[in-house]
Design a protein around this ligand. Sequence first.
Ligand code: ZN
Length: 228
Amino acid sequence: MNIQCFTVGMFGVNTYLVTDEATGAAAIVDTGETEELVRALKALDPAPDVQMILLTHGHIDHAGALTFLQAEWDVPTYLPTAEKPLFDTLPMQGRMFGMPQLDRPCGRIDHFIDDGAEIQLGETTLRFLSTPGHTPGQGCYFDDHDIIVGDTLFSGSIGRTDFPMSDPRLAVESLRRLLELPGHLRVHSGHGPVTTLAEELRSNPFLGYLRRERGLPAGPSIQWAPGT
Ligand SMILES: [Zn+2]
């Protein structure tokens, strides 16, 4: 599949247009919190054949512009089931993050998905891996080459686990499961550059505990939760 990244909004969030090359069927992954992504996608020529919207998690920078996108593309929208309690706080998140002017409506969710779910995009099968920790139900969408991870994992870092509704103990286990996927997978994060699972397992200072467990060279290490 082809993946185009659009970095939008005041949080510099990476949103993605994922296209199945065989059929042209496209999915939007995450939204930003403004109309910037709508404008960027509408400027594309040829126009993308948007067939679905996928959300990694319910933070305002990832889901806050859902209603803007749905006004333009009235397509099935997917959210991880366990993310609903956080998603439902979207109208309050602006205040929670100190920006009351940013209160956003929730928008419509058509499909709640759980670990192991498969979503068909043209001839591409996207699989869903639940990786809670940064939020109660954040998850990743992946095929045999690429994985879109939201704020689960960044190049050289991980998503914060000190927010309301975060749980560092869940993040420890989620990263363990994520890093069991093939190392060649290209990692497309919610913020920052593209990396690979193999590169992060080798050098990410937040994954020292996984290197220890596997008997790999220690590399840089930060203790960020009990046992890490
Ligand atoms: Zn987030």
